[in-house]
Design a protein around this ligand. Structure first.
Ligand code: MRU
Length: 352
């Protein structure tokens, strides 16, 4: 990805440090956050300095590698098991985090160097997968398409390229005219803050809508397709994604609009029978009660946006049943959101 004239990844490891684009500072400030220890990296995942399924996965992989670098000679195993629990305890919903930690933990049983190599491999794989999602997804995008997306499943949510936005970037590079409706995505406004900023870097035309506008836009036939990301996909094709995805999917179906999920196959959790067993993260009510932004002088401020004394319920994700999903765009091709199709798709592509 290019920010200005410089090329970046969302998260990377340099020596013992993990570095990342500070997503809490965006879109007002572009700055790099450095995590000197695995614990720092855990904090950055928890407070969403780094966020988005693939970026969290890579950050967690790097955190596990950092833990191997930090592990003392004595009680090494205990230290590493505790570190693994702490990294896995940062955020519960995104599948990539758990898959990445497990792979680096296993690799580290051979050597610390091996843990580092595995973490880098996971990050590189994420980049390749997202690039390929772009190629497959682009085939679904017609010239002049008006696309709705929810939350941020762009390059900020991965190491590079993104999932839901990657096909849009490929379509644009191929000369297609595309227009993106960006759901604001309350409460943290990843759409209004991050997707909007990212699309601006890429020169893709867009406009931000509040989440409740989608229904009328669809009825007015102003949306041709929906593409969203995924945090975890159950083996029956149910998809956990940012809260608000479910209503977009129901709406799309009732207006006959294709609804696609874009995600690397690392997002599938074949141990998870259906969306019912996906753990949905509940975050602080402050994310709903307060908003942050810029004041008239350009200083970042936090303001209360509710009746003082109110409480708020803040689930971060919802589950979209498979029956609402037209198809899942992966790095290996497009698969129907159905348990048999997913099982045979994953088996065939694994054998290739
Ligand atoms: O809570 P976040 O911002 O980490 O949420 C994850 C997401 O960005 C979305 O749910 C996204 O659509 C899937 S992750 C590519």
């Amino acid at each position: 990805m290019l920010v200005g004239d410089s090329s970046y990844q969302t998260v990377w490891m340099e020596g013992h440090s993990v570095k990342m684009i500070d997503q809490n500072a965006l879109p007002f400030n572009f700055q790099i956050h450095e995590c000197l220890s695995y614990w720092d990296t855990c904090m950055a995942i928890t407070d969403m300095t780094v966020r988005g399924a693939g970026a969290i996965g890579a950050a967690a992989a790097f955190a596990m590698a950092q833990a191997f670098l930090e592990a003392p000679e004595t009680d090494r195993e205990l230290f590493l098991n505790d570190a693994r629990d702490e990294i896995e305890g940062t955020r519960p919903t995104a599948r990539n985090l758990f898959f990445a930690v497990e792979r680096v933990f296993e690799a580290g049983q051979i050597s610390t160097e091996n843990a580092k190599i595995e973490a880098q491999r996971i990050a590189l794989q994420d980049i390749e997968d997202c690039k390929s999602i772009g190629e497959y997804g682009n085939k679904l995008i017609k010239n002049h398409a008006r696309i709705l997306t929810h939350c941020n499943a762009g390059w900020l949510a991965f190491v590079d390229y993104g999932s839901a936005l990657s096909p849009i970037y490929v379509a644009k590079k191929q000369g297609k005219e595309v227009f993106v409706y960006v759901d604001e995505t309350r409460p943290r406004s990843q759409g209004a803050k991050l997707t909007a900023w990212e699309l601006m870097q890429e020169g893709v035309p867009f406009t931000i809508i509040v989440d409740s506008v989608a229904a009328s836009l669809m009825m007015e036939q102003k949306i041709d397709m929906v593409i969203v990301g995924a945090d975890r996909i159950a083996r029956n094709g149910d998809v956990a994604n940012k809260i608000g995805t479910l209503d977009r999917a129901i709406l799309a179906q009732s207006f006959g609009i294709p609804f696609y999920v874009a995600a690397p196959t690392t997002t599938f959790d074949m141990d998870c029978k259906s969306g019912k067993s996906i753990i949905i993260e509940e975050r602080s009510q402050d994310e709903v009660l307060y908003q942050d932004g810029l004041d008239a002088n350009g200083n970042t401020i936090k303001i209360m946006v509710c009746a003082p004394g109110s409480t708020a319920y803040n689930p971060a994700f919802d589950v979209t049943p498979a029956k609402y999903i037209t198809g899942i765009i992966t790095e290996k091709g497009i698969v129907k959101a159905h348990h048999q199709s997913i099982a045979s798709f994953l088996k065939t592509t694994e054998d290739e």
